[in-house]
Design a protein around this ligand. Structure first.
Ligand code: AMP
Length: 143
């Protein structure tokens, strides 16, 4: 098997993120690969269907700032260069696909909750990332 050279790890910045990061780090070390850390900030307007008469710019800015701060904390902890700590705005699945293609990623790592039954019907980010990815995808089971 060829070694992976550029790995993208997608993190949601919850307390579960370190489980995904630790696995990504192990694989990065084993493959002597470059690691790219990505967090996608979802536009606040999406949650309200985009039609509430309110200016959400400030709230969005605060969310972006908080995401960047947390990303940089993880970046330092896991020794990821500043250029490879990426916070972007959009829908997680499509942003992860876009970034992977643009950056020549050969492995995407995401967390997976192993949903069952009804929850499975609602879908998951891991599922969305898998469908449409042009490189390998690893779903790390979150406990
Ligand atoms: P979920 O299906 O939303 O519970 O998320 C499972 C995994 O998808 C997380 O562990 C992350 O790897 C990834 N993920 C979810 N949301 C985001 C996000 N906003 N930005 C980057 N990755 C995400």
């Amino acid at each position: 098997m060829d070694a992976y050279t550029k790995i993208l790890v997608a993190i949601d910045l919850t307390e579960e993120a370190p489980q995904v990061l630790q696995k990504a780090k192990q694989i990065q070390d084993a493959h002597h690969a470059e690691l790219v850390l990505v967090h996608v900030v979802e536009p606040v307007g999406y949650a309200y269907g985009g039609d509430i008469p309110m200016d959400l710019t400030e709230l969005q800015d605060q969310l972006d700032k908080a995401a960047k701060a947390q990303l940089s904390k993880y970046g330092e902890e896991y020794n990821v260069s500043v250029n490879n700590q990426i916070a972007t705005v959009g829908r997680p699945e499509s942003e992860i696909h876009r970034m992977s293609e643009e950056m020549g990623i050969d492995l995407i790592i995401v967390g997976s909750h192993g949903r069952k039954g009804f929850q499975l019907l609602l879908g998951s980010t891991a599922n969305g990332v898998l469908h449409g990815a042009v490189c390998d995808v690893l779903a790390v089971r979150i406990h």
